[in-house]
Design a protein around this ligand. Structure first.
Ligand SMILES: [Mg+2]
Length: 427
């Protein structure tokens, strides 16, 4: 057998639950605007480019995922679709509330994405279905968000169980077990976790169309034709757990970059933007208790604008000693940008990447860097003020007071939970 997962080797059965928020972005908008209940909603990507999330009602209208908004603007008007720019501050905050509730309810957790988490329910004293129903109720009453929970012996089956919970149950909870496993007959292979469109086509060529057919396939043969990943997938479908919970590793690099809401030509505006991204990246760095040993700054024009003269360049600078000091990182990032900047181009995007991150416990002093416990205290104070009173309550002047380069988000809803001045008003 090709599986090494400890509990499978011991012959102990595991129980996984996948908790997934239903239409997460659209649901976040509904929590604060109940009038949207039952109405079609779409959420757009940065700069209002493409559709990145849809409510069920919008899906029914045939608006595809990833569709360029301008092509569907008419349809949206016609059917009174509620259109929103991405409000990542709101979605991120709602996500952390859901994850906090899950972590509180059960400690064995893997946060898989902004709106999904796996729980390993081994040793759960309650019946896992009842536990999940109560958990779902708790998330609904504390955050207003609807979630679906799929329960099964493996992560791959829990994903399928979640799909069934979401689409075929009233309760929002589905336990896929030996008594109802034949439901795999109704699941096309492309719905299986890790099977993309191309892999699905190759499986279809082998006359494997459903999850059940894949489950009953010859593991050795498919391992040869595909890989060990495929072999594990088949075992997982058979209820043999090959994939355990993965712990969250601190990131090895941090990127902060965005395209501008309009094309930019002046150095001073670019400096504001890079300072802002440097401040965001530095804050992320401190929140995971890391220091960076260097940075990369890049600058580019818009390659989709064929009529423009193109330019792109980047520069990498090592720090004399690892740091997480925002002022210092902004200072170096601006120097880099000044080196990259050429007059006469219309710039579309700039960004910063912090490199070679190390834990902040191994801090090494260097006389070239601003050093003192006072600077550390300053950073901690800035972070805690911004956590308490909302992002950018205090910020560096270098980031600009009234930036013109900010991404375009014409349809953004208020950031209800992270900005005091955008809090929900009751009349
Ligand atoms: Mg979801």
């Amino acid at each position: 057998m090709g599986c090494s997962h400890a509990s499978a080797a011991r012959g102990v059965m595991s129980i996984f639950a996948l908790v997934d928020c239903n239409n997460f972005y659209a649901s976040c908008e509904r929590v604060f605007n109940p009038r949207l209940e039952g109405k079609p909603i779409v959420v757009l990507s940065n700069n209002d480019g493409c559709v990145i999330a849809r409510s069920n009602e919008a899906k029914k209208l045939g608006i595809p995922m990833g569709a360029p908004f301008f092509q569907w603007e008419k349809v949206c008007k016609q059917h009174k679709v509620n259109v929103f720019s991405s409000n990542y501050e709101l979605y991120g905050d709602m996500s952390s509330r859901v994850m906090a509730l899950l972590t509180e309810a059960w400690p064995d957790i893997e946060i898989y994405s902004i709106d999904e988490a796996f729980l390993l329910l081994d040793g759960c004293p309650e019946n896992c279905v009842e536990f999940s129903l109560a958990l779902r109720q708790k998330i609904k009453s504390c955050t207003g968000l609807p979630v679906s929970i799929g329960i099964a012996k493996t992560k791959t089956l829990a994903k399928i169980a979640n799909f069934i919970a979401k689409n075929q149950t009233e309760s929002g909870v589905f336990h896929l077990n030996d008594s109802n496993i034949s439901i795999l007959k109704t699941i096309p292979v492309e719905k299986i976790w890790g099977v993309g469109r191309r892999l699905a086509a190759r499986l279809n060529d082998l006359k494997i169309f459903t999850a059940e057919e894949l489950k009953n396939s010859d593991t050795k043969k498919l391992r040869k034709q595909f890989s060990v990943v495929m072999e594990k997938m088949i075992y997982e479908l058979r209820g043999v757990s090959c994939l355990g919970l993965e712990s969250v590793q601190p990131r090895k690099q941090i990127i902060s970059s965005r395209s501008f809401g309009k094309l930019i030509t002046s150095l001073s505006e670019l400096e504001e933007a890079i300072s802002h991204y440097a401040a965001i990246a530095s804050e992320k760095l401190r929140s995971q208790h890391s220091l960076a040993s260097g940075l990369v700054v890049f600058l580019q024009t818009n390659f989709f604008r064929k009529q423009d003269v193109q330019y792109q360049n980047s520069v990498c600078v090592p720090f004399p000693a690892a740091t997480a000091d925002t002022a210092y990182i902004i200072h170096i990032a601006k120097k880099c940008l000044q080196r990259l900047y050429r007059k006469g181009f219309r710039y579309h995007k700039t960004g910063i990447m912090l490199l070679n991150l190390i834990p902040d416990t191994v801090k090494q002093n260097d006389w070239l860097l601003p050093q003192s416990s006072a600077r550390d205290t300053l950073m901690k104070t800035v972070d805690s003020i911004n956590q308490e009173y909302g992002r950018n309550t205090v910020f560096y002047c270098a980031e600009g007071i009234n930036p013109t380069w900010k991404i375009k988000s014409v349809f953004r809803s208020p950031r209800y939970t992270t900005r005091w001045n955008e809090i929900l008003k009751v009349r």
